[in-house]
Design a protein around this ligand. Structure first.
Ligand code: C5P
Length: 402
């Protein structure tokens, strides 16, 4: 959900090599429709120029509490009063320590201290060497900052500019953007656990061949992202797809329908919502050859026989928890024609309260889709839009029905 459109953010940079990511973040925020006022510490100016940040934000950058451009000479008050949030990225170890103690000897720390604490949230994206991050002093500061109401984003893990590897690098700009989108999103599913199946399944014939369905997994991953941003704890069980895992979503990769069935059975007891978007293969070959089946030149084709795969959605929807309302189940139907009739029949057959129809061939692999929501009361169309927008709408519809 693009919750950043129209928001006014103060983006604070303290000193650290991750300032280069702040440039990208600034650009992404502006692209998402936010207005961005950059404030930099003196240390940040060693890593990034104010000129770059001014060009990317389209606003003059503030670096000093003595800046005479403000008529009342109180930049720390004026800047923070206008903001929907202050985001400090990167937040160095030193800056976190300053925040903790309420020190205010430069514009950025002064502004954070002076912000109206109830109406202007403060988010920080820590960035530092792994030893600095692991140091008890930093960990103590982070814990106390959380108690003080500061939203401390996670740190990334991996190679660091110093040549060491570990925890402490700043999240990527896209990750911070996703966290900010979630921060401003209505928490419609707070406290709920959501289980989503996504993508196709793959049923092996031999080690090099198999049968599968056309499905990119994009709709299911968009739903997982939307549920996460709405405050849910989300697990996606994914067939073979090449998509990045949405931020904050737990992912379990599977291959066959039987694997997906087993993974769902193991997870579903902890969930309150189950959304089956996966295009599960209806049948699998009754045997799998251990070695590649060879073409022998005789013109004879292999004789394949199939057995039916378990119906994951139907089995979950018929469980006691689904039947007594503790688990809300949502099914999908990918059809080529007569969407309303097929979706209505499928809803009754699978015994789910909500079934979402779409025309498969006009959406497979694409970034947009159109949905038909069918429940006991009738059908509602969600007209063609991006899969992410449709996923946001679907999550709102599910929350309304809970
Ligand atoms: O029966 P059909 O495949 O058309 O039903 C589609 C819906 O059922 C989707 O929600 C899909 O994820 C789910 N399904 C399933 N297990 C199967 C077949 C379909 O969960 N074996």
């Amino acid at each position: 959900m693009n919750t950043l459109a129209g928001k006014h953010l103060v983006l604070g940079l303290s000193g650290g090599i991750a300032c280069y990511k702040a440039a990208e973040l600034c650009r992404a925020l502006v692209k998402a429709g936010a207005s961005v006022q950059v404030v930099m510490t003196e240390a940040a100016e060693h890593f990034m120029t104010a000129v770059t940040m001014q060009a990317l934000s389209g606003r003059a950058v503030y670096t000093s509490q003595w800046d005479a451009r403000e008529a009342n000479n109180m930049a720390h008050i004026n800047l923070s009063r206008e903001a929907d949030a202050i985001v400090v990225a990167p937040a160095s170890a030193d800056f976190l320590a300053k925040l903790l103690h309420g020190r205010a000897d430069d514009l950025l720390s002064l502004m954070c201290l002076a912000r109206p604490i109830e109406s202007v949230p403060l988010l920080v994206a820590p960035a530092m060497n792994r030893e600095m991050w692991a140091n008890p002093a930093t960990q103590r500061n982070v814990a106390q900052l959380k108690v003080d109401g500061v939203h401390v984003l996670d740190v990334g893990q991996g190679d660091q500019a110093c040549g060491e590897t570990g925890d402490g690098r700043m999240l990527e700009a896209a990750e911070i953007l996703e966290d900010l989108q979630a921060f401003f999103a209505p928490q419609l599913l707070a406290g709920k656990a959501v289980l989503v199946t996504a993508g196709p399944t793959y049923e092996a014939i031999d080690p090099v061949r198999g049968i599968t369905n056309l499905s990119s997994g994009k709709m299911g991953f968009a739903i997982a992202r939307a549920a996460r941003q709405a405050g849910a704890e989300v697990t996606v069980i994914a067939g073979p797809v090449s998509l990045a895992t949405p931020r904050g979503v737990r992912r379990i990769d599977v291959r066959s329908a039987q694997d997906m069935f087993n993974a769902v059975q193991a997870q579903v007891a902890q969930s309150q919502i189950f959304i089956a978007t996966a295009a599960v293969a209806d049948w699998r070959p009754d045997t799998q050859a251990d070695q590649k089946i060879k073409k022998d030149g005789s013109g004879q084709t292999p004789q394949l026989a199939f057995i039916e795969n378990p119906d994951i959605l139907a089995s979950v929807a018929q469980s006691d928890r689904a039947q007594n309302g503790a688990l809300f189940c949502v099914g999908f139907a990918a059809e080529s024609h007569d969407l309303l009739a097929h979706a209505t029949a499928k809803r009754l057959r699978k015994q789910v309260p909500l079934l979402v129809g779409n025309i498969g061939p006009s959406t497979f692999g694409q970034d947009d889709n159109a949905l038909l929501l069918v429940d006991a009361k009738g059908a509602t169309e969600l007209p063609r839009a991006s899969k992410q927008d449709l996923a946001d709408d679907l999550i709102a519809e599910i929350a309304r029905r809970l």
